[in-house]
Design a protein around this ligand. Structure first.
Ligand code: KG4
Ligand code: ZN
Length: 342
């Protein structure tokens, strides 16, 4: 252990951000370097896995070195290396994983495989030092929409239990698809968020899909079709389409369902603490709605600041710290997984 606390190097390459970070004692971020490939994938309208892997490969050493330098530490003084092992793009994850394994082997430091969603949840711990399990977490990202009962952070299967998740598209996927329909480009979420601010959420109505009574699962796959049908029927009737109203109406539909299920899960579990995490948690209207509902229901709400909501390695280092402290490290044959249970 380094003098003054535990230093964890985190590495994240599960999608289109090449990221590395150093944390001290889990929650103190000494560096958080993110090299985004967004401009590279933009022209294709989405992430191209093969291109993502190639760019991770050229960027990873520089990003790791920058994270160590910015933190003012050397590779010899870190205590362990935490890395995203899944879920995500397997070829992309492999680049971070191979880097972490090589460092682990060469330096003789423990390797810690981190589940990406555990990382997103841990992002909330970084800025909220008082937050401790148990609590409920809603993780809304490009690949996931999950309600998680968080009981512990050791990395064992009992520590986190999924209470509900999407049966088809993730919330972020719905944002990206609808943004594409509206010609907003990639990534669609932030652009749709901005456009919706100028629209009337009551002007265009889209169905709220709540599934069977009592279910905490989600379904967002019908929304893109709903938006397409709305636009087509207006055009056929010779009526104008206000894109901002469509964006606001769509966004309100997603937020209504997310909030309905999340606050039902809070009542079921009896928890009074809620974490909202993942890329979609950067959405301004979602943050505002959850703040209102939390205030009304006497819930303490913890949302990471927007840069910690989207993919980063500080959250992976933070999650890795708790696994390291619990002795939960991994062998060098650790695999990358496209799909991985929590
Ligand atoms: O967590 P994240 O960075 O990557 C995954 O693990 O998927 O989430 C990316 C997703 C994308 O779908 C993106 O459009 C969405 O988060 N997103 C947003 C906003 N910022 C990012 N969605 C809605 N509003 C935003 N402001
Ligand atoms: Zn993510």
């Amino acid at each position: 252990m380094a003098v003054g606390g535990v230093l964890i190097l985190g590495i994240e390459t599960s999608c289109d951000e090449t990221a590395a970070a150093v944390t001290l004692d889990g929650r103190e971020v000494l560096s958080n370097v993110i090299l985004s490939q967004v401009d590279i994938h933009k022209v294709f309208g989405g992430v191209v896995p093969e291109i993502a892997s190639r760019h991770h490969l050229t960027a990873i050493n520089g990003v790791v070195n920058a994270a160590l330098k910015e933190a003012g530490v050397t590779q010899d003084t870190i205590d362990a290396i935490a890395v995203t092992k899944g879920p995500g793009l397997v070829g992309a994850i492999l680049i971070g994983l191979a880097t972490a394994k090589a460092m682990s082997f060469a330096l003789g430091k423990p390797l810690i495989g981190v589940h990406h969603i555990r990382g997103h949840i841990c992002a909330a711990l970084i800025e909220h030092k008082e937050l401790e399990p148990p609590f409920l977490a809603l993780v809304v990202s490009g690949g996931h929409t999950s309600l998680v009962d968080v009981r512990g952070l050791a990395g064992d299967p009992d520590g986190m239990k999924v209470l509900g998740s999407t049966r088809d598209d993730a919330a972020g996927e719905a944002f990206d698809k609808v943004a594409r329909v509206l010609g907003l480009g990639y990534p669609g979420g932030p652009a749709l968020d901005a456009l919706a601010k100028q629209g009337d959420p009551k002007a265009a109505f889209f169905k709220r899909v709540t599934l069977e009574e009592g279910s905490l699962d989600f379904s967002f796959s019908g929304l893109k079709t709903g938006v397409l049908n709305y636009i087509n029927s207006r055009r056929q009737a010779g009526e104008p389409v206000c894109e901002a109203d469509v964006a606001a109406g769509f966004q309100e539909s997603v937020i209504d369902v997310l909030s309905l299920k999340t606050f039902a899960a809070l009542r079921q579990t009896g928890y009074k603490e809620l974490v909202l995490a993942g890329g979609v948690a950067a959405n301004s209207a979602l943050r505002a709605r959850f703040r209102d509902e939390a205030a009304q229901s006497g819930t303490r709400l913890f949302i990471p600041s927007p840069p910690l909501c989207t993919d980063n390695a500080a959250m992976i280092a933070c999650a890795g710290y708790y696994q390291y402290m619990a002795g939960n490290t991994d062998p060098l044959d650790l695999d990358a997984h496209a799909v991985l249970p929590l």
